[in-house]
Design a protein around this ligand. Sequence first.
Ligand code: GTP
Ligand code: MG
Length: 371
Amino acid sequence: PEEMTVGELAARLHLTASEVIKRLMTLGVMASISDTIDYDTAAMVAMEIGAKVEKEVVVTIEDRLFQVENEDDDSTLVERPPIVVVMGHVDHGKTSLLDAIRNTNVTEGEAGGITQHIGAYQVMVNDRPVTFLDTPGHAAFTSMRARGAQVTDIAVIVVAADDGIMPQTVEAINHAKAAGVSIIVAINKMDKPHANPDKVMQELTEYELVPEAWGGDVPCMPVSAKTGNGIPDLLEMIQLVADTSELKANPDRMARGTVIEAKLDKGRGPVATILVQTGTLHAGDAVIAGSTFGRVRVMLNDRGERVEEAGPSTPVEITGLDDVPEAGDVLNAVEDERLAKELVEQRKHEQKEAQFSAYEKVTLDNLFSHI
Ligand code: GTP
Ligand code: MG
């Protein structure tokens, strides 16, 4: 059939007839419950319902969490460390560079203490902390970007001086641009005999990244993760760029952060690396992360040391969630565990509804065939 009654459409969309009639009116179609409407009109209503349901899910949860962005009064904001993600083509030296940064800036005594690798860590540069997201954070970064979450402030794009711009470099550039973060290019492997930084800079201009040295606004820092050359300058540049951004957060509120990575540990249960973005997370806090909830049991810093609290831009590893959240999930501290549980149940329910409405959209073509 090419048409159905308003009543039938309402039944298929699990709406009341009056709801459908109201929708039809906004589309300029006057119809009563027994009137027939054609496929296109029915599809338009179904489409609109699907979109609306999805929008409502977001609003409801956010409202209940009282976590609307920018609600903090200016007077509550204090400086926070910059969050830096390191990206680039495979084998161009991201991990080596991060290791070199860590080694350069970790004092002798601490160096041996870095047993815990949690995918995100802080180093001190001129007595001020800088937070780095390690390569596993890359996947999270992608997923977070897909959800429109702004997690990082600065992207360091690593390009091997002997290799130049490669497909994943382009990907990284596009990610950074889409996220609207500041870009710094680290031209790595400068110790290699065939290092050609000019060629790298030339190639960058093809992607509208004009090096500072050539009158543009993209700092290009020659470095060698192998020898350590250039790394102090790179760190200085990161701090300089961070300072111009005036990065601030309110540490005196319930924490909100993002799940960087998460796994199920045999002994400890679900373990999640959280990057706290605003507020302060405390051991014992009731939290919700995606569709998981719990109470922060043990909180470890990037050196594997137990800590009782973590402020803005601090990466920590937590246990105590009832399940493994997904990278990119937002974590919120809430008043108590009962509320956390209730919110998660609501969220799961809403996700099911949203899935259902998405399903309805997908099966629009079948809308008529089952009647
Ligand atoms: P993926 O994580 O696989 O994408 O690679 P990556 O970008 O993390 O590169 P990684 O740090 O693993 O380095 C790849 C190779 O390049 C290793 O063999 C490193 O030793 C080498 N390498 C990294 N940086 C330098 C450098 O500055 N100079 C030289 N000569 N070799 C380097
Ligand atoms: Mg690596």
